[in-house]
Design a binder for this molecule. Structure first.
Ligand SMILES: [Fe+2]
Length: 179
């Protein structure tokens, strides 16, 4: 039994390593590729004292852009992340990563300073994502505050030469949180 659990965790860690590595050289933003973006987002989460699930969700929120999933520019990349993460790490990790677009739409609607500070890429994708909007379903969700936290890590993780966590940190979380 212990062996079965360990091998499941090892399998999930290996799958996560493959998906994470596939983000190298995938460009959604201008100054960081998705690999650096992922590791910087995780570093922001760690610095904020986020729990392990939130750190992992922050690291993997953009995996929908991986060529192994939807690829760069795919519609609904956040939904793809949720679908990939939920069976491996549970509903909360999946939902938090999947909500990063909803959180942007929400913050853009309620916080003019937030909207004004978005990166150029985020501004142009916001229109395709339905624009700024207050979604009562999002606000009522018990995890929506953590989704907002993740969104701030996301927006701050677009720094050329910025500090990221080592990939081993993300893979260690993947191993420990694997289901
Ligand atoms: Fe992102």
């Amino acid at each position: 039994m212990v062996d079965a659990v360990t091998s499941r965790a090892e399998q999930v860690r290996a799958e996560t390593a493959t998906v994470l590595a596939s983000l190298r050289g995938v460009w959604d933003e201008v100054v960081v590729d998705e690999w650096d973006h992922a590791l910087q987002a995780a570093a922001r989460a760690v610095a904020d004292g986020a729990d392990d699930e939130l750190v992992l969700a922050a690291a993997l929120h953009d995996i929908g852009h991986s060529p192994l999933l939807g690829g760069p520019g795919v519609a609904d990349h956040s939904g793809l992340a949720r679908e990939w993460l939920t069976p491996r790490f549970g509903a909360r990790v999946g939902w938090l990563a999947g909500a990063h677009v909803a959180a942007k739409r929400h913050l853009s609607a309620v916080d003019p300073a937030y909207a004004a500070a978005l990166s150029a890429t985020s501004v142009s994708s916001l229109a395709d994502q339905g624009g700024a909007a207050v979604d009562p379903e999002f606000v009522a969700h018990p995890w929506h505050r953590d989704a907002v936290r993740l969104r701030h890590y996301d927006d701050a993780a677009k720094v050329a030469g910025g500090i990221g966590v080592p990939a081993a940190v993300v893979l260690g979380l993947a191993f420990r949180l694997a289901r």
